[in-house]
Design a protein around this ligand. Structure first.
Ligand code: P53
Length: 476
């Protein structure tokens, strides 16, 4: 099976996980710069500013800031048609609330996008990928404040205007729906720059922050459409489908509410309005949200052009005894084991068929082009003495998922714009801060403590993916 000629094969990274150079050329601190490294199953700590004696893996990343010309050359060698990365907000507005952008930061992305175009690689750019300026957290509490909505729109307008002739494909907020898991400090902090205080209702704070984000997203879409009709602005969700644990009707209703709770974000970004169930739920729970009529009008004017999503794994849920009438979903406590799918070393369920399900589910609901902007497996790689990496497990994961995507394209008739696996090259893991949780086609010599030459080596999967691209997905 093949994919269409114009299909965007590529790979993805995010600025904060790769660039390093965390205080170079006027860059301010971002939320990623105050997170320490963790192990396979514990959480990164969020420190109060940068503390001496702590290790912050994002500060150096893989030094993509300085080594990007060689890296992009390697991406071109694989045959990438596109390359997904993000713009670090704190390079452009170091504190986040300035009027004027930092020209040195803007110049860096000019050079980066020019380098891509040298090889006819189309940049796909995320505006906010877990890296809000830290000052916006300390000063305003992140997206719990309407002020930060304005700061984000100001940033987005500056970069979309600057790069409109270099970047056609944009995404607003990366995995905006991770914060469905509002009891996990990591998700609220990375999505929204929000930290929960004693006695606060985290769920209510999440709905407020996410509301300001969907309004910001709509404003940015409207702005971009008016600026330049060539631009395509997408939303981006983490698509982990939630299956019912059994055929009990209660489990089905619970799973349905879990899906509604995870995907209302894209419902709003695509439809331009809130789903009715959510406004009823928010009212019944007395969340007291600042959602104005003017906001609702803005949502209608900023519907996205396409939907980008990450796909790593599927979830499962079951109703509890004495479930409330809302089947209220709390991701931290409501997920159950799925005995039909295996798990990665980090406990992520490996479920290729879930990708075909995801594509069908979104196609049925949204009727928009879909873009698989992340898919991959974090694994321990071994560099041999002759500098090879035999990552057959990675090839298998990607092959199995691409097969399902091709079935969705060819047998289900779904419009899939492209596929950018996570990650183009080894980078710092978002959730653990490890480098040993590797995703790339290119091995980077660096360990979890920050030691290593930072040299790059092609893995077996590099050559495999090169073949996949050159045969348009025929040779898996
Ligand atoms: P890491 C949770 C669930 C699914 C995807 O993740 C997630 C997360 C948050 O960690 O994040 C995305 O590095 C994210 C990337 C991230 C990648 O998946 O935690 O968009 O920034 O690196 C893989 O193993």
């Amino acid at each position: 099976m093949q994919v269409p000629e114009n299909f965007l094969w590529g790979g993805a990274i995010a600025a904060h996980q790769a660039e390093g150079a965390y205080n170079t050329d006027g860059k301010g601190l971002s939320v990623a710069d105050v997170m320490t490294a963790a192990g396979n199953f514990d959480e990164r700590r969020i420190t109060n500013g940068v503390k001496t004696g702590e290790f912050y893996p994002n500060h150096e990343g893989i030094d993509f800031y300085h080594q990007f010309p060689e890296d992009i050359k390697l991406f071109a060698e694989m045959g990438f048609k596109c390359f997904r990365t993000s713009i670090a907000w704190s390079r452009i507005f170091p504190n986040g609330d300035e009027e004027e952008p930092n020209e040195a930061g803007l110049k860096f992305y000019d050079r980066l996008f020019d380098e891509c175009h040298k090889y006819h690689i189309e940049p796909v750019v995320t505006l906010s990928h877990f890296e809000m300026p830290y000052h916006l957290v300390t000063e305003y509490g992140g997206f719990r404040s309407r002020k930060v909505l304005d700061c984000f729109v100001h940033f987005a307008q500056a970069v979309i205007t600057r790069y409109q002739h270099k970047v056609k494909y944009w995404l607003t907020f990366n995995e905006i729906n991770n914060q469905t898991n509002y009891d996990r400090a990591f998700t609220l902090f990375t999505n929204s720059g929000v930290q929960i205080h004693e006695g606060e209702n985290a769920e209510a704070v999440m709905y407020q922050a996410a509301h300001y984000e969907v309004v910001a997203s709509a404003k940015v879409v409207k702005f971009a459409h008016e600026l330049n009709s060539n631009l395509l602005i997408g939303a981006m969700v983490a698509f982990s489908p939630v299956y019912p644990a059994t055929d009990k009707p209660d489990d089905l209703l619970k799973a349905q509410r879990a899906m509604q709770s995870r995907f209302w974000f894209s419902d709003v970004q695509v439809e331009g309005s809130y789903p009715a169930w959510l406004r009823k739920y928010q009212a019944a729970k007395q969340f007291n949200l600042d959602i104005t009529d003017a906001d609702l009008a803005v949502l209608k004017q900023g519907q996205v052009d396409y939907l980008g999503f990450s796909y790593y794994m599927s979830f499962a849920t079951a109703a509890r005894p004495g479930e409330d009438e809302f089947y209220s979903y709390n991701e931290a406590t409501d997920l159950v084991e799925n005995k039909y799918v295996p798990k990665s070393d980090w406990g992520w369920q490996v479920d290729p068929k879930g990708l075909r399900y995801a594509l069908n589910w979104m196609n049925d609901r949204y009727h928009l082009p879909l873009f698989v902007v992340e898919n991959g497996i974090g694994a321990i790689d071994k560099l041999t003495v002759s500098h090879q990496v035999h990552d057959d497990y990675r090839i298998k994961y990607l092959r199995d998922h691409i097969k399902q995507m091709e079935l969705a394209i060819n047998d289900d008739g779904i419009d899939v714009m492209g596929y950018t696996p996570w990650s183009a090259i080894d980078i710092v893991s978002a959730s653990t801060g490890q480098l040993s949780k590797r995703y790339g086609f290119i091995y980077v010599d660096r360990d979890d403590q920050g030691n290593g030459s930072l040299k790059r080596y092609r893995k077996d999967s590099f050559y495999w993916y090169q073949k996949v691209i050159s045969t348009r997905g025929e040779k898996l």
